[in-house]
Design a protein around this ligand. Sequence first.
Ligand code: HEC
Ligand code: HEC
Ligand code: HEC
Ligand code: HEC
Ligand code: HEC
Ligand code: HEC
Length: 453
Amino acid sequence: MAYYICGSLKDLSASMIKSKNFMFATQRSAYLSIITFVFSFFILTSAWAQSDTTDVESTDQPTTEAATSQGGISSDPAVITAGEALFQGNCRACHAVNQKLVGPALAGIYDRQDMDWIKAFVKNSQAMIASGDEYSVALYEEYNNTMMTSFNFSDEEIESIIAYVKFEAENAAAAAETPEGVPEDGTTTTATGPSKYLTAVIVGLVVVLLLILIVLFLILGFLTKFLKERKDDLDEADREMIDQKFDFGKLTRNPAFIGIVAFIFGIFVVKAVLDGLYQVGIQQGYAPKQPIAFSHKLHAGQYEIDCNYCHTGVRKSKSANIPSANICMNCHGQIKTESPEIQKIYAAIEENTPIEWVRVHNLPDLAYFNHAQHVAVGNQECESCHGEIKEMEVVEQFAPLTMGWCINCHKETNINTKGNAYYDNLVELHSQHSKEPLKVEDLGGLECAKCHY
Ligand code: HEC
Ligand code: HEC
Ligand code: HEC
Ligand code: HEC
Ligand code: HEC
Ligand code: HEC
């Protein structure tokens, strides 16, 4: 192969040698081909990235059409949304659609029992058990005589919950069939797929690029050598070009070159030192070991337990609260009772001492921060300040918690004024002298006394 290329190149250059500025021409064509290659490389990779993102978008679409109404269970999106809200608020602490928690997985309940039975059971399961309904009694025993709360819901409300359950169950089934391998909790990690591909493709292309570069240099060397043998056929200018040598030793002795290298190096050192200094007193990334190996990834991620279920204060008070052992017992009275980690919860309750969780986030006493203000009024997501808690086995501090961090967000974030009559007058006043939407800073979010006692 290489021999063949060399042979044909020999022919090529022999024919080109007749043209006058031939050396210049070969060099230019070498550069041109490198540039074209690099250019098409970027076009290709960006096109690849684009096609992947569109793929993800199209697989993301829920298969609403497929979930047509069956056996009187509605597939109306409005009903499903209403049902979802009811389910999240009332049932999720004990039920998941596709997984057994404290109670059974609710998927398929519409096949196991008819709607009237379901309604009666949700309204008062204890009455059903007491009446001797065989199915209810067996279920109650299977679940270690755990009492399900009674719910004073209307028939429509219960129907909407079941519509949501059915929609979720069918969606999960559809998702499981897609070849991409969507994980069991239903969230799409396919988004990370393309980036993995992309790195592989980029690495591959870089290797190819290097190989081509090496081949080009070999060709260049070969041609120069070949031309040197025929120096006599060339004119003055071409001969000079062939004799040119790249002298690295000379370059390293050049003061301008040394200056530039020293300057770039200096900039990196200064930046590293400054970055280091700015980190003093900042605990970003702090992730202490906890007395019980409690995992948010498992509870909040996989089992989708709502943050509010444990952090009860987060929507109503300054502090989010760390749950007491009693909240754990709502579930761990039944779940994993033999696990040594769970035994620690029982020990804490028996000895009547709280579990000594290690605090992760710590603002200094001079600063005032209020969760209800940010989560309930300001409509801020936990994730924007705490990061992807649902992915964390051990909680770590995500944000720097510096004053600059608070201030930046107050400068950038619009106030959530919709449906809040309290802000109506303010919005009107504000819009008289500014076209920008109302931001936290316009309410005094930058005043020292708002954050400092
Ligand atoms: C405190 C925990 C808890 C809550 C909250 C709860 N359930 Fe249950 N549920 C259970 C348990 C436990 C069972 C198993 C039967 C038993 O032990 O009484 C069950 C059984 C059921 C069943 C029968 C399942 C089957 O496979 O036959 C249905 C239907 C049901 N629950 C619906 C609901 C709905 C709807 C809600 C929310 C409005 C809800 N549950 C809230 C604990 C709970
Ligand atoms: C089943 C109960 C439970 C649920 C649900 C839960 N948490 Fe927690 N959370 C805890 C416990 C217990 C701790 C203390 C131990 C630890 O830090 O891991 C904690 C600690 C934290 C901390 C660190 C507190 C500190 O010490 O500074 C943050 C932040 C947090 N949770 C956020 C969340 C968010 C956001 C969610 C919802 C996505 C959530 N939690 C859901 C029980 C829960
Ligand atoms: C709403 C129900 C629920 C609540 C509340 C809850 N858990 Fe869990 N927990 C679970 C489920 C479900 C599992 C997974 C069990 C399994 O893997 O089979 C689990 C697993 C665990 C495990 C792992 C056990 C092992 O050995 O694998 C620990 C530790 C744990 N929970 C601690 C806690 C603590 C501490 C609290 C209170 C802050 C708590 N849980 C509150 C449902 C709950
Ligand atoms: C605007 C930023 C912000 C948002 C949004 C936010 N937090 Fe926090 N969170 C903080 C700060 C700051 C602290 C440290 C407070 C302190 O040390 O006084 C904290 C502390 C906590 C703690 C430790 C206990 C406490 O109350 O000090 C928990 C638990 C917690 N957050 C949970 C949550 C949950 C759950 C949500 C979402 C419902 C949430 N946070 C939303 C900024 C935020
Ligand atoms: C993710 C963005 C974000 C971050 C980070 C943030 N805030 Fe806020 N903050 C808001 C929003 C939005 C509001 C407006 C809430 C409302 O509608 O009243 C607010 C309001 C406030 C207010 C009330 C201001 C007023 O005029 O009434 C105080 C005090 C406050 N924040 C303190 C803090 C402190 C202290 C920190 C840092 C530890 C912080 N915030 C970090 C978004 C943020
Ligand atoms: C949005 C909330 C917010 C506002 C507004 C704010 N601060 Fe702060 N400030 C903080 C937080 C949070 C800290 C703690 C940060 C840390 O520990 O790095 C802090 C820290 C400080 C500190 C450093 C204290 C120390 O021990 O290092 C000083 C000084 C300070 N603030 C002064 C001011 C002054 C003066 C103003 C008004 C011009 C102001 N702050 C406005 C949130 C705020």
